[in-house]
Design a protein around this ligand. Structure first.
Ligand code: SAM
Length: 332
């Protein structure tokens, strides 16, 4: 059976919402589009909103104005969420004149005021990125997972990862001598670094890496499909509706469609919307390139050119012991 027949696939992605559709991409402002969607429809809302940092797709404003705008969208999202549904909000920092404002700290009270309950503050950790010189370099973003009520879905078995020591045994009690782990693997924890290294090194354009990452598009802040897929698998069932109000090039739609969930994406940029639709139709056709779920992160062997000390630094006037130390912490 080909991938194309495996997915419950319509021939195209719809441009307006109806309960009969499977994947919908709306070219619109997020708040306006959300206002037109039916209440309590979505089992999962997942998004990475603009961070107000002056990216090409956003106009930077004060933090207060930005949060007031986001709150208007979030009120709609909570209305659209099913009781027991999940909302995952992935954010980094807003930085103004060198001062750092971690956005999850500012978003938390907005969600809490609207009655949502926090289940995890997940850390998405990566090794690569811009090097700061006036503070420590930033190497993680956060994903806040909230639920609407306490009777929520959590399919842990769908996202277990291989245990480091599967042969570990109970050393006392009734189960002494029996395996202590779970044959399906262990809980992936709230610290996710399983794929971000190569993703971020792609962003940095280290030679041959950006070109090698199968998912990269022209979008400046796309998320890896695998990151959304973990939430889709753990927090929804097949045929559930998933919503991304700032969908960009449709990584959420791809993750949902790939796992037989239904999805709505919204973005106000027409080019991103078109690309999102193309990615989903390519998925249905079996031609979309994706990083396989759970593939181990690439570990440098030391033989790659990028993992070797540059010739220029190996000259007599450079103190080699310092060099080793600094390379140990900052090789990217
Ligand atoms: C951080 S990106 C999301 C990228 C997405 N996660 C992906 O993987 O492609 C934020 C997106 O929000 C969109 N956006 C900004 N303001 C918007 C608005 N008012 N309504 C809808 N979309 C908006 C931008 O065009 C951008 O694609």
């Amino acid at each position: 059976m080909s991938d194309a027949t495996f997915y419950r696939s319509p021939s195209s992605v719809a441009s307006s919402f109806s309960e009969e559709e499977r994947v919908v991409m709306l070219l619109s402002d997020a708040k306006e589009a959300c206002a037109g969607l039916p209440a309590e429809t979505f089992r999962l809302v997942i998004s990475s909103p603009p961070y107000n940092i002056g990216k090409s797709y956003e106009k930077q404003t004060s933090l207060e104005e930005y949060l007031a705008w986001q709150e208007g969208v979030i009120v709609e999202l909570v209305r659209l969420l099913k009781p027991g549904g999940s909302l995952c909000w992935q954010v980094g920092n807003y930085v103004n004149s060198g001062e750092v404002f971690p956005l999850d700290i500012y978003f938390y009270p907005l969600f809490k005021r609207l009655g949502l309950q926090l289940r995890n503050r997940l850390i998405w950790h990566y090794e690569h990125g811009l090097h700061a010189s006036l503070r420590f370099s930033g190497r993680y973003e956060t994903l806040l997972w909230f639920t609407k009520g306490s009777n929520y879905l959590f399919n842990l078995d769908a996202v277990r990862v291989p245990a480091k020591y599967p042969g570990k045994l109970h050393f006392q009690g009734k189960k002494k001598g029996m395996p202590s782990g779970n044959p399906l693997g262990k809980n992936p924890s709230d610290f996710w670094s399983y794929l971000a290294d190569e993703w971020e090194s792609g962003v940095l354009k280290i030679p041959n890496v950006k070109a090698n990452h199968p998912e990269k598009t022209c979008h400046p802040c796309q998320f890896p499909v695998e990151l959304v897929e973990r939430c889709v698998l753990a927090l929804t069932e097949e045929d559930d509706w998933v919503l991304d109000p700032f969908a960009g090039v449709g990584s959420t739609l791809v993750a949902a469609a790939k796992n037989n969930r239904r999805a709505v994406g919204i973005d106000r940029n027409a080019d991103f919307c078109e690309l999102a639709k193309t990615r989903v139709t390519d998925l249905y056709a079996g031609t979309l390139k994706l990083r396989p779920l759970g593939k181990p992160v690439h570990v440098p062997t030391g033989k790659e050119k990028v993992s070797q000390i540059p010739q220029e630094w190996l000259q007599k006037n450079v103190n080699n012991s310092n060099l080793t130390l600094s390379l140990g912490s900052d090789t990217d």
